[in-house]
Design a protein around this ligand. Structure first.
Ligand code: G1P
Ligand code: ZN
Length: 543
């Protein structure tokens, strides 16, 4: 087996977004595209010779081919060992768990998260550092800079490595160790949650449905929920990961997880419903005919954290992304712990967790997690809820309503306008920037604008600055509208509008969010000129 040095020319578009490099499968299949990016990672991270790397993906189309290339390139670039999930599978949180547990130098995760898969779908690759978390911006920027100057990559000439049997294979001077993708993660969950209490809840007739959406969490959920916790077979639906996710869009929200939604809003609804996304880091929580917004879910987990053994000693602090509602802030205040507001994207939580400043983190985009790993974690959130339900013996809806009664309700919704022409989306953002001065201090219907800005963040640990993180319009009563362009799309531009209104009055807590937010929605459309500039009259997805 010999190392081949392949001459290549740089691609100009290998800039990692909110969560790694995401492109159409066909882009990744183009000659040298994946290889150039992988070499850029290896050149930038400069792992000492003989280092260990973790590799796995969400099982989407092109996962196996990409893993073979990465293994051969890792061998040619001096790695000593690669831990790879059996069948090339590792959910994003499980990859984080493996990196941390075995202290590997870092890890490569192949996923485009919730974006559709298949030959015409999306593919993605992200690098995680030794703490198990997404590479921080200084690392992704170095990778991008390197990609623009890429002239050659190194790859071992070798036959494909068997990935389906647990065990070790030699690849040149490197060992490929195929590991069980589920067991390390499942063990970690057992240390955090009261499996005994959840088992007895389930044994008492409590019914649940978990939708793996034909994506990576199927094997994890079957092992943990059905096998270790004893839920009846079939409690996990769409449990077999498929390369095209069964032609679905593996994004756990009310629009894309409609199969589950119909079940939990149907006649024979189970007590609890949940879903996870393509790579297993997102979650959606549902009660019988009741949807828990991710922002509320974070707040409820924080308020009830000490009911779970792993969090019995309380929380050091909470962090949420800027567009996430301030529901968690109210809990943090009551608990007397700090609450941090970070830009969108999980990579901003890593430093806070490493420094011991926060225990729980969350994003409105169906992402919740804690310092047990350095990624958001879908099944973890599901188990956390089950632990709380098992101790409190109340329904999901009752728990959320009690929470609102105590803290007030941060009524929340996000409206996404997907697939916009980039120019008109940029035009909307530019128009908003140009309106800051006029808007500030103005009265819009019953709302008075108290501030208007583009969010920027100074990392309290390393002092790094991130600017241009989203336009905020803040109102006198704490209500907010936020506008942001997505950093994970692969086609055109996606404009997200985040709407939040604070409602302390319990008699109004029953209102549907879209009804309660109607005036703010109108203001958002008016000040952004979105309809005029894009020709769109309705959002593509409402969450
Ligand atoms: C989206 C979400 C963000 C999340 C990211 C990765 O990014 O909004 O919260 O961290 O996916 O799952 P966006 O497309 O908005 O840049
Ligand atoms: Zn994901």
């Amino acid at each position: 087996m010999s190392v081949r040095i392949v001459a290549t020319i740089p691609f100009t578009d290998q800039k990692p977004g909110t969560s790694g490099l995401r492109k159409k499968v066909r882009v990744f299949q183009a000659a040298n595209y994946l290889e150039n990016f992988v070499q850029s990672i290896f050149d930038s991270i400069a792992a000492p010779r003989g280092s260990t790397l973790t590799v796995g993906g969400d099982g989407r189309y092109y996962n196996r081919e990409a893993i073979q290339i990465i293994l051969k390139m890792a061998a040619a670039n001096g790695f000593g060992r690669v831990l790879v999930g059996q069948g090339g599978i590792l959910s994003t949180p499980a990859a984080s768990c493996v990196i941390r547990k075995y202290q590997t130098f870092g890890g490569i995760v192949l996923s485009a998260s919730h974006n559709p898969g298949g030959p015409d779908g999306d593919f993605g690759i992200k690098y995680n550092i030794g703490n198990g978390g997404p590479a921080p911006e200084k690392v992704t920027e170095a990778i991008f800079a390197r990609s623009k100057a890429m002239a050659e990559y190194r790859i071992l000439d070798a036959a494909d490595i068997p990935l389906d049997v647990i065990g070790e294979t030699r690849l040149g001077d490197m060992t490929v160790q195929v590991i069980d993708p589920v067991s390390d993660y499942a063990e970690l969950m057992e240390t955090l949650f009261d499996f005994g209490a959840i088992r007895s809840l389930l044994a008492g007739g409590f019914r649940l449905k978990f939708d793996a959406m034909h994506a990576v969490t199927g094997p994890y959920a079957r092992e943990i929920i059905e096998k270790r916790l004893g839920a009846p077979a079939g409690s996990v639906m769409n449990a077999v990961p498929l390369p095209d996710f069964g032609n679905g869009h593996p994004d756990p929200n009310l629009t894309y997880a409609h199969e589950l939604v119909e079940i939990v809003y149907g006649a024979a609804a189970p007590d609890f419903g949940a879903a996870s996304d393509g790579d297993g880091d997102r979650n959606m929580i549902l009660g019988k005919g009741f949807f828990v917004t991710p922002s509320d879910s974070l707040a409820v987990l924080a308020a009830n954290a000490t009911l779970a053994p792993g969090y019995r000693n309380g929380l050091a602090g909470i962090a949420r992304s800027m567009p996430t509602s301030a529901a968690a802030d109210r809990v943090a205040q009551a608990l007397g712990v700090p609450c941090y507001e970070t830009p969108t994207g999980w990579k901003f939580f890593g430093n806070l967790m490493d420094a011991g400043k926060v225990t729980l983190c969350g994003e409105e985009s169906f992402g919740t997690g804690s310092d047990h790993v350095r990624e958001k974690d879908g099944l973890w959130a599901v188990l956390f809820w089950l632990n709380i339900l098992a101790v409190r013996r109340q329904g999901v809806e009752a728990i959320v309503r009690e929470h609102w009664a105590r803290y007030g309700r941060n009524v929340y919704s996000r409206h996404d306008y997907e697939g916009l022409p980039t120019e008109s989306a940029n035009g909307v953002m530019q128009h908003l920037h140009d309106s800051f001065a006029v808007l500030t201090g103005s009265q819009l219907g019953s709302y008075k604008v108290v501030f208007c800005d583009d969010f920027s963040y100074i990392d309290p640990i390393d002092g790094s600055v991130s600017t241009g993180q989203g336009v905020r319009i803040g109102f006198g009563d704490g209500s907010r509208i936020v506008f942001r362009l997505s950093g994970t799309g692969t086609e055109g531009a996606t404009l997200r509008i985040y709407l939040e209104a604070y409602e302390p009055d319990v008699s109004k807590h029953h209102l549907d969010a879209q009804v309660a937010l109607a005036e703010l929605i109108g203001i958002a459309l008016q000040v952004s000129q979105l309809r005029e500039r894009t020709g769109r009259t309705e959002p593509t997805v409402i969450t």
